[in-house]
Ligand binder design. Sequence first.
Ligand SMILES: Cc1ncc(COP(=O)(O)O)c(C=O)c1O
Length: 382
Amino acid sequence: MTIYLDNAASSCPKPPGVPEAVERSLRDYCANPGRGAHAKAVEAARVIHATRNKAAALLGAADSADIIFTQNATDALNMALRGLLSAGDHVITSNVEHNAVVRPLHNLSRQGVEVSVVESDAAGRLDMGDILAQVRENTRLAVFTHVSNVTAAIQPVAEIGGALAERGVHLLVDAAQSAGALPLDMGSMPISMLACTGHKSLMGPQGIGLLYISPDVELLSSRQGGTGSISEEPEQDLLARPDRYESGTLNTPGIAGLGAGIDFILEHGVEKLAAHKGALTRDLMQGLRAVAGVQLYGPAADEQRGPLVAFNVGGLPSSAVAARLDREYDIASRAGLHCAPGAHGAMGTLDRGVVRLSVGPFNNDSDIAAAVEAVARIARSA
Ligand SMILES: Cc1ncc(COP(=O)(O)O)c(C=O)c1O
């Protein structure tokens, strides 16, 4: 059976409730939510409302209307960046961002948005002083990833958000790797917007994500359309949240599955799941560190880090190692640049990328032992 250690790309397997919820939505109430008064449409709307409430509970958002469903984190980040920034605004970001941040900002820079990039250390950590030194008169926003999908470094987003808020700057957090993996509390963390994806640590299906928008932020929407509410009004900005930002028929099966994924997290507890994944990650790092020829990247095993390990073996290309793990040992990993080229600039791995092993709630000690043994054999034969 495949040993799945690619949970940072998409968590797999899902808790059993997730496929069941998706199937139930397609089988029992495949009607249009909020667009009819019959029982199936009402049930679809109820499930969407319930998932919104669960997401708000998990993220500590006081009002579930501030949770906006999107396709994924990329969609949420685009919505936030394009909705807040316009020509003449300045935004601060870092070199370790995913292309879901890098590419929209590159595009916005061609439209007159000024972008400053803060450089991390070699382990992917950002320095608060470096960030604050970039604040200018026209700085509107800063955007940072919470947990790097390459280095595993965790940025202190609450502290950063607090310091920026004192200077009148909003913080957008890319929580693609942290939502469901680390405790988050929008009630106490000074974060203006939080972009999440459903298919990683939130344990839901692909094609669903969300953007938390704090009540003091309004975005310009680039998408307008039917909401099933106040249909006589052409100006969608007059509608209350979430309809103001959700146009067209929602991804009901995805939202139903996401609701079941969040149920799993709430039932087991973020801290408990994080402790399990953290312990496996530490064991994995310790095992790999003992293998001659293996180079590990990112913060040390005893530092705060996300549940993923980036490494290389001797002089081998990362893709060759991942291919051998797959073909010879049936271990799912990921190789290459992981859509975050800047992080590789910091680590010195732009030429060959890194192999990434990332654990999920269903991994166990024997998965870690098998992965360490497989890497050791590859290293010996390299
Ligand atoms: C840090 C980070 N940001 C953003 C994304 C984009 O997520 P999605 O592809 O679900 O939009 C990812 C996905 O790998 C990620 O790891």
